[in-house]
Write a new protein. Structure first.
Length: 82
């Protein structure tokens, strides 16, 4: 697909069609790099554990933090000092 480079304020840019953004999962922010003479635009990689602490607090407040798996002990667990 050919696109036109346009003047945008003091810069220049291109318009990326909405279906292409949706196909790539780009929304809000993107990671932009130049590698080997090619412009790469990728979704921002977020920390996989981002928000876990807040979710755990919310679950505890809602009383939804019970064990999913029953407690499974090992034979020597009683001998351990915690």
């Amino acid at each position: 697909m050919q696109v036109t480079i346009r003047r945008m304020g003091n810069s220049q840019g291109i318009l990326i069609p909405k279906p292409i953004l949706a196909q790539l999962g780009l929304e809000g922010k993107a990671d932009l790099q130049v590698r080997d003479g090619v412009i790469e635009i990728r979704p921002v990689q977020r920390n996989l554990r981002e928000g876990w602490a807040e979710d755990a607090k919310r679950l505890a407040q809602d009383g939804q933090d019970a064990l999913v798996w029953p407690e499974v002990g090992n034979q020597a667990d009683a001998d351990l000092t915690w």
